[in-house]
Ligand binder design. Structure first.
Ligand code: HEM
Ligand SMILES: *[C@@H]1O[C@H](CO)[C@@H](O)[C@H](O)[C@H]1NC(C)=O
Ligand SMILES: *[C@@H]1O[C@H](CO)[C@@H](O)[C@H](O)[C@H]1NC(C)=O
Ligand SMILES: *[C@@H]1O[C@H](CO)[C@@H](O)[C@H](O)[C@H]1NC(C)=O
Length: 338
């Protein structure tokens, strides 16, 4: 009996220690100290209607344009990968800097800015100068994943908006579909993410579209061979050649990243990879390495595993380089600093 009680209290002690550890490791601030203001319930008192406003804003945009879910998710990724999650991607060019909107990976490609600006305007009406654009973007991305049938994940809120943006940094730090897996992985590890996050977060390509220029070289003369990319299924080649005739005029035409369930956030992306029908070279390349291929195969047959892992990788991504204190501010409009 005594033995049982001792064991039980030992169990409780371990549990307490673990949760304390969790608290300590969950909310690191920029200077390495614990910032207890940076947490899941950050706006519960200061802006209780925030959740509903974001939910409504994303839902209304999604009703008009289903693709917006994909676009908002990508916008959040492109924010976090360039000098951290600081809403820098939302800033327009100024006389002091050339921003990220015109960087190669974003120009004529990133979309959803107006949706974020309109949600921000509604949030400002309800709770002026209280909620950062970083948090609105992260919440809108999460809402987009949910609306598309993907998982919910807890976001730590309270990060601030950055004061500047950099076109050069965006060109250097965002991954390109034409670079090899090693290079893409290096970009992820430089952000504190790992190879598993590369595989898991690439699963975001289960929704949304790419323009022909992003994959067209696979269809005709792949790397000077005069033939299509051998890692692309031949009927997919034929189908995509029809969508993207080998003329520059087709460069901005759209093809679904996941042709099986284009608007559904599921694990079909991985099934496609196994089936050699991924759209981007960088997607199909995940099958060209034994370690990543094993993960792809696992996700292709287990959608619950993918959902759970996607949720935790998104939490990691949403925490990259969060600004606190005097390094940031709460913008009044997302397109410009105050
Ligand atoms: C791993 C390296 C990645 C590369 C090389 C890459 C590349 C691309 C490219 C080339 C496009 C098409 C853009 C266009 O044609 O306009 C695209 C679209 C997209 N990407 Fe990625 N991406 C990567 C990772 C990610 C991650 C981590 C996420 C989110 C977590 C993401 C989410 C999306 C979404 C949702 C779209 C569709 C956007 C829309 O339809 O508006 N991507 N990506
Ligand atoms: C609806 O979506 C289209 C893009 O498909 C966009 O151009 C238009 O501005 C949207 N309208 C509203 C009211 O949001
Ligand atoms: C990959 O990274 C290496 C080393 O940084 C670089 O030299 C090479 O140009 C990169 N390849 C591509 C296709 O970007
Ligand atoms: C994957 O490929 C197999 C064999 O080609 C096919 O039967 C199956 O329908 C494909 N799955 C999807 C989801 O396209």
């Amino acid at each position: 009996m005594l033995m049982a009680i001792t064991r039980f209290s030992y169990f409780i002690l371990v549990l307490l220690c673990l949760s304390l550890l969790h608290l300590v490791t969950s909310f690191p601030s920029a200077n390495g100290q614990i910032d207890y203001n940076y947490n899941y319930n950050y706006y519960d008192r200061s802006c209780p209607s925030l959740g509903m406003i974001v939910k409504y804003g994303v839902w209304a945009a999604f009703k008009n344009d289903t693709r917006i879910a994909a676009s908002l998710l990508r916008l959040h990724f492109h924010d976090c990968f360039v000098n951290g999650c600081d809403a820098s991607i939302l800033l327009d060019d100024t006389i002091d800097f050339r921003g990220e909107k015109n960087a190669l990976p974003n120009r004529n490609s990133a979309r959803g800015y107006e949706v974020i600006e309109s949600i921000k305007a509604d949030v400002e009406k309800a709770c002026p100068s209280t909620v950062s654009c970083v948090d609105i973007l992260a919440l809108a991305a999460r809402e987009s994943v949910l609306l598309s049938g993907g998982p919910y994940y807890p976001l730590s809120l309270g990060g601030l908006d950055g004061l500047t943006a950099s076109e050069k940094a965006a060109n250097e730090q965002l991954p390109s579909p034409f670079e090899p897996l090693e290079n893409i992985t290096a970009k992820f590890t430089s952000k504190g993410l790992d190879i598993k996050d590369v595989v898991v977060l690439s699963g975001a390509h289960t929704i949304g579209f790419a323009q022909c220029f992003a994959f067209k070289r696979r269809l005709f003369d792949f790397k000077g061979t005069g033939k299509p990319d051998p890692t692309l299924d031949s009927s997919a080649v034929a189908n995509l050649q029809g969508m993207c005739p080998n003329k520059d005029a087709s460069n901005s035409k759209l093809a679904p990243l996941d042709s099986v369930s284009t608007y559904r956030f599921d694990n079909a992306y991985y099934v496609n990879l196994v089936n050699r029908t991924a759209l981007l070279e960088s997607d199909q390349a995940l099958m060209g390495d034994s370690k990543t291929a094993a993960m792809v195969t696992a996700y292709s047959s287990n959608s619950y595993l993918f959902s759970a892992d996607f949720a935790s990788s998104m939490v990691k991504m949403s925490n990259i380089g969060i600004l606190t204190g005097s390094n940031g501010q709460i913008r009044k409009q997302c397109g410009s600093v105050n």
